[in-house]
Design a protein around this ligand. Structure first.
Ligand code: AMP
Length: 195
């Protein structure tokens, strides 16, 4: 199975080639077609398995056609338990999306909110965030999630352990649930992939 056979298009294949990712990892082979088919997904995968690519690659693919420089709406949101993971996901979006014009940004707690607000004002199709800061910015009207197509909960079990459940519920409550696809990654379930 190749990345091309998974349905990824040229700009993304080009970045994978440049990164020397010659074929999809097991979790990528399983998750990418499910997400591209527009289904909800719950998956178990640990860091080091290529799990970030398994949601970032189809996310870029879904947005590639629709990315327009003047569009300031958030189309995909990734929630992560820590700012380190948020930064890591952003880095992946950046490297896999190098040959696309899809804009992304990252916001997290424990850092000044003002610079994050100004980054948001210039627009981002993909937003990576920790739940507390995300809810703060949503409540202040700084982020519009009414056009959200995809919501990823990365390391969902870790987010629950850290007590983010209330923020996550409130964020989900503000998304257009009827058109947003959900992807949940956890370390907890053993080799179970549901769609
Ligand atoms: P992750 O599990 O997402 O943290 O990824 C772990 C590492 O594997 C990262 O350095 C990725 O760049 C790398 N990686 C992800 N997918 C592939 C792949 N298909 N082939 C080779 N390396 C990969």
């Amino acid at each position: 199975m190749s990345f091309k056979e998974l349905g990824l298009s040229e700009p993304i294949l080009k970045s994978l080639e440049e990164l020397d990712h010659s074929k999809p990892s097991e979790i990528q082979q399983q998750a990418i077609p499910v997400i591209l088919a527009g289904k909800n997904l719950m998956a178990a995968a640990q860091t080091g398995t290529g799990k970030t690519g398994s949601f970032v690659l189809p996310m870029l693919e879904m947005l590639i056609e629709k990315a327009k420089p003047y569009d300031k709406n958030v189309h995909a949101l990734v929630l992560t338990p820590t700012r380190e993971l948020a930064a890591q996901v952003r880095e992946n979006v950046h490297k896999y999306g190098k040959f696309t014009n899809i804009k992304s940004t990252v916001v997290y707690g424990g850092a000044k909110i003002f610079p994050q607000k100004s980054k948001l004002q210039s627009g981002a199709s993909i937003l990576i965030a920790t739940p507390g800061r995300m809810f703060d910015l949503l409540s202040q009207g700084m982020i519009d999630v009414t056009h959200l197509k995809m919501l990823v909960l990365d390391e969902a079990d870790h987010m629950l352990d850290l007590g983010f459940i209330h923020d996550i519920k409130k964020i989900i409550g503000m998304t257009p649930a009827y058109k947003t696809k959900f992807t949940l990654f956890s370390n907890l379930f053993k080799n179970k992939l549901k769609s």
